[in-house]
Design a protein. Structure first.
Length: 358
């Protein structure tokens, strides 16, 4: 949905009764908002606000809202504003979310305007009885299996739909080009800075290959995009999950794009499992992913090829976590360091930097 009234906000001071009334009136013309209170403000890649909206229609509309606006931290704001990452998430919820076969928070409002920012308003998942994840959560094997199954269903639903890029230009248009160019331009300085800050969390033997990867990041990204295309989340770590009883849901779709489905699996397993758990179960989980794809209509994939692509895609989650550390303010430091540790072990276990000849 894209509301006619302007609902764009910059921060907590803009979350007024009048603003909330615009949203409520779009859903229920006779409902009235009496009070708005901001219960938490979390500044990272975006500014995330948890809000309680008092109104007279609680049986029809939630009172607890989750609002995302551009980051109030300047480094994060610059990095995310140029490629318009929040704009992409707004477009995802407006254009694609209704057909997505995995659990998402219900949308209340979304708006994006060039030069004026973006605002996304969702039902707070706690109102649904769900529990948000933390980035450094170490998932159980049963939780990991469920996430893999849901990702397979999501990937299969959009498998080889070449028309997506034409129908939804924001998936592969100028914003994606800006994102890729920015990533290439900043790859080496951010990798150097991130490795310096990471210290012993990244083993010494991975440092030279990581810098070589950063120097050749454009070629790596192209090589990692050669497989069958589907929609990918591209940031599937435990902090972007929520849990309703034992079932996962997915948050934070700012990095959604067309890519290889196995990339999401590599990112997820490298970040969400303790190394010993991953080592013991990753082959089983990869086979489960393959069988679930087949169950949902994706046939003819080669197991050996899939495992090789999994190995190559492990490089990206390590890159992402080191860059996150280098920029700063995008994730809690202890969680960031823990995910660097896990992804470093995964890359080392699979000698991922040698998975492709770049």
């Amino acid at each position: 949905m894209n509301l006619k009234p302007n609902i764009l906000v910059r921060g907590p001071d803009d979350l007024t009764v009048r603003w909330a009334q615009c949203i409520v009136s779009h859903h229920l013309a006779d409902a009235t908002v009496s009070h708005v209170s901001v219960h938490s403000v979390d500044v990272g890649t975006t500014t995330r606000l948890r809000v309680v909206v008092e109104h007279n229609a609680p049986e029809a509309l939630p009172k607890r809202w989750f609002v995302k606006v551009p980051s109030m931290a300047m480094p994060s704001r610059i990095i995310t504003a140029l490629p318009r990452l929040l704009h992409k998430e707004v477009k995802f919820y407006q254009d694609v979310a209704p057909s997505v076969p995995v659990k998402l928070p219900p949308i209340l409002a979304a708006q994006s305007k060039m030069g004026r920012g973006s605002t996304l308003v969702l039902t707070d998942i706690t109102e649904l009885g769900s529990v948000p994840g933390n980035p450094s959560d170490a998932l159980s094997i049963d939780q990991a299996r469920r996430v893999v199954e849901h990702l397979a269903q999501f990937h299969a639903h959009f498998w080889n739909m070449a028309y997506l890029a034409n129908r939804h230009r924001w998936l592969a248009g100028p914003t994606t080009c800006v994102e890729d160019c920015l990533g290439t331009m900043l790859a080496l300085p951010l990798m150097k800075r991130g490795l310096e800050l990471a210290g012993d969390a990244v083993p010494a033997r991975l440092r030279a290959p990581a810098l070589r990867y950063a120097r050749n990041r454009r070629q790596w990204m192209r090589a990692l995009a050669l497989g069958p295309k589907t929609l990918v989340h591209h940031d599937c770590h435990p902090g972007n999950l929520f849990w309703t009883q034992s079932q996962p849901g997915f948050l934070d779709w700012q990095l959604i794009r067309l890519g290889e489905g196995i990339a999401d699996i590599a990112y997820f397993l490298a970040t969400a499992l303790e190394p010993e758990c991953r080592r013991s179960h990753e082959e089983q989980l990869l086979e489960r992913y393959l069988s679930c794809l087949a169950k949902h209509g994706v046939q003819g994939l080669d197991k050996g090829r899939l495992f090789q692509r999994y190995r190559a895609h492990l490089v990206y989650p390590l890159d992402a976590m080191i860059v996150t550390l280098a920029i700063g303010g995008m994730m809690g430091l202890s969680s960031n360091m823990e995910l660097i540790r896990r992804t470093s072990v995964a890359v080392e276990d699979h000698d991922a930097f040698t998975a492709m000849a770049i």
